[in-house]
Ligand binder design. Structure first.
Ligand code: DGL
Length: 287
């Protein structure tokens, strides 16, 4: 790997829209990189499926991006990063970055040895991937995981504010609060930060921060792994001489496995900029 493929695109994939929050961070930190994004929205959600199914979907997506000659892969999905990253590294001759280790690093940087709360899919929380990644950095830091699957459906719908998401968020965040002493006192927070352990969840970042404040009377950091992931990718590409040469802004190509029109409608909110053309692809049979 080296100079020869520096102009090749980066491949990024997720089960649907959520990974575009990572693309947004990549486009800010690596503005000259061409990116091919694949959203497997025909099979979203991944987070409620078995590790075996997630692994086979992940290999399917990664192989498609590899066939488009990407120079490196970014797994912009916590669920896939939790259960399939080692398998992907074994199967593909490409550098592969996931989102769990960067997220764990960002969380321990703010929490130190205090407990870390993680909101993720059922699959991510059940895998214990955050617990292991945090323990590898700080063995005294406890991780309290809370599955929050309804937030994936709400995000895919673009339903990110109002009463329904607010009630759903409050219900999930109660996992990070101690017993309610009754008014006027508020329950204690049992964590020092909350990690958005699903790439769909940055859309609820402000809502989560506001509800944590409203429920506990305290302000704590809400950690998004996208920024740290993009920083890791930038450093990695630079260190290996694989970064795109400076020049024009990188091109973004988007592939989806179902309903490109409805994907496009919601996607710009994840991306923070208008989406170019969306190509409808068929992944073929799972390996
Ligand atoms: N965006 C995915 C993640 O980060 C999950 C959404 C899903 O359940 O497919 O885990």
């Amino acid at each position: 790997m080296g100079k020869a493929n520096e102009s090749a695109p980066l491949g990024v994939f997720d089960s649907g829209l959520g990974g575009l929050t990572v693309v947004r961070a990549l486009r800010a930190q690596c503005p000259h990189e061409d990116i091919i994004y694949l959203g497997d929205n025909a099979r979203v959600p991944y987070g409620t499926r078995s590790p075996e199914t997630v692994m086979s979907y992940a290999l399917n997506c990664a192989a498609k991006l590899a066939s488009r000659r990407v120079k490196a892969l970014v797994v912009a999905c916590n669920t896939v990063s939790s259960v399939a990253i080692e398998m992907l590294r074994g199967e593909l001759d490409l550098p592969i970055t996931g989102v769990i280790v960067p997220g764990a690093r960002a969380a321990t940087a703010v929490a130190g040895e205090d407990p870390v709360g993680v909101l993720g899919t059922a699959g991510t929380i059940a895998s214990g991937a955050y617990t292991r990644a945090v323990a590898a950095i700080s063995s005294r830091t406890e991780v309290i995981g809370q599955p929050a699957p309804l937030l994936v459906a709400l995000a895919e719908e673009g339903w990110t504010d109002g009463e329904v998401p607010r009630l759903v968020v409050r219900r999930y965040l109660s996992a990070f609060l101690g017993p309610d002493p009754g008014p006027p006192a508020k329950p204690e927070l049992t964590v020092a930060c909350v990690v958005l352990g699903c790439t769909h969840f940055p859309l609820f970042r402000q809502l989560i921060a506001d509800q944590l404040q409203a429920m506990s009377g305290r302000t704590i950091p809400v950690v998004d792994s996208a920024v740290q992931t993009a920083a890791d990718v930038r450093v990695f590409l630079e260190q290996r001489g694989m970064a795109a040469p400076p020049g024009a802004r990188g091109k973004l190509s988007v592939l989806v496995t179902d309903m490109p029109e409805s994907f496009e409608r919601v996607a710009s909110r994840f991306l923070g900029e208008p989406l170019g053309e969306v190509e409808h692809i068929h992944l073929g049979a799972c390996p």
